[in-house]
Design a protein around this ligand. Structure first.
Ligand code: GLY
Length: 368
């Protein structure tokens, strides 16, 4: 249970009201597309560009979050439409990757959780099967992409689908794969100072990493902030699903690093915490995702300093919010990667903003 001051409660209600107004319009206008990047206020459509794209579940997931809170029919209609469109990715198959948890966990699994839809349950189980089949049992990890023996820290957000699938079919086989992978990420991605490696290159024959890569961060050995946020929230989710204390400890370690670094720039989250001093790139998507994980840490530990930190991170985003009708997106100034070098909006920023606000409203629906 999150307890807020009267002032914070009023702020959360105000932001939620604005989210509902804007997303109610999006539910109607965007339901037949997979929105990803908004530039000059207009979204592109990944349904036309790449149906297997990793972000194609976020808009549907956000619709379920809003439906659960408001019970407004337009959100349900949009979420169901998104799930139906996503079937085309199963049909394509080639090009699918470890991010199927983002895709079907936030759509089909959410639908089943909220409505009991049996067809959605089967879709989510197919996705879990696909994800667990990517496991390299010798190397003890789940492979991120085809043809490369890489793990990426982002993967922590996909494995909740496996914990769920095991519970659903009453068989531990998916959980074994998820635990194996979470332990690999803990061992190979979380550094002693709490920062995380984005990409680890694995020996395919044994539990060994041969090299780490900068991935979407600034350089090898740096701390890409969205990767850091995947670790904060991802480990927190593994703790919620398994009760294993080592994952909570890992989430806390990653969160403490995140909060310490964010505090250095007044809680404006830089794209990479190690970027050169004269570069002012920020990533608001990292901020909102981390805030979700930090709120979960507060709930798990009862330590209110984590709630204070999450609120500071969220308040620092106020000037990045656009609730106008002209702009289809809300939270501005995300960054795909340090190398991309462009501040844009990405759909998952709005998803995690919505999720963070709902956590502060004490919504009891965990979509992961
Ligand atoms: N690799 C997924 C991301 O951009 O965070």
């Amino acid at each position: 249970m999150i307890e807020l001051s009267a002032q914070e409660k009023a702020w959360v209600s105000l932001i939620f009201e604005k989210l509902d107004k804007k997303l109610g319009r999006s539910a109607v206008n965007l339901k037949d597309t997979f929105p990803f990047i908004a530039e000059n206020g207009k979204y592109n459509d990944m349904l036309k560009e790449d149906v297997t794209w990793w972000t194609n579940g976020f808009f549907g997931g956000m619709m379920w979050l809003m439906y659960n809170e408001t019970h407004k029919e337009e959100y349900k209609i949009a979420a169901e439409r998104q799930e139906e469109l996503l079937d085309r990715a199963f049909e394509v198959y080639d090009g699918l990757h470890h991010d199927v948890g983002f895709m079907w966990g936030l759509t089909a699994k959410a639908n089943y959780a909220l409505t009991g839809n049996k067809k959605s349950r089967v879709r989510a189980l197919h996705a879990a099967n696909f994800l667990s089949a990517r496991a390299n049992i010798r190397g003890k990890y789940i492979k991120a992409w085809p043809n490369k023996d890489y793990t990426i820290v982002d993967s922590l957000m996909n494995i909740p689908l496996l914990y769920w699938a095991s519970r659903e079919i009453k068989d531990d086989r998916y959980t074994y794969v998820a635990l194996m992978h979470a332990d690999s990420v803990l061992k190979h991605h979380l550094r002693p100072d709490g920062s995380v490696v984005h990409i680890a290159v694995h020996n395919t024959q044994k539990d060994e990493v041969t090299e780490t890569l900068a991935g979407q961060g600034y350089r090898v050995g740096s701390a890409w902030s969205r990767g850091q946020s995947w670790a904060v929230y991802g480990f927190a989710l593994s703790h919620i699903h398994t009760g294993e204390k080592r994952y909570l400890d890992a989430a806390i370690k990653a969160a403490d690093y995140f909060i310490k670094e964010a505090a250095k720039s007044d809680y404006k989250v830089l794209t990479d915490f190690c970027q050169p001093k004269d570069v002012d790139y920020i990533d608001t998507s990292a901020a909102v995702c981390a805030a979700c994980g930090i709120i979960e840490i507060c709930k798990a530990t009862g330590d209110k300093s984590y709630l204070d930190a999450a609120l500071k991170i969220l308040h620092a985003l106020e000037c990045d919010l656009d609730f106008s009708e002209e702009n289809e997106s809300i939270l501005q100034n995300c960054m795909i990667s340090y190398g991309h070098g462009k501040q844009l909006h990405h759909i998952y920023a709005d998803f995690f903003l919505c999720e963070a606000i709902l956590k502060l409203k004490n919504s009891d629906f965990l979509i992961w």
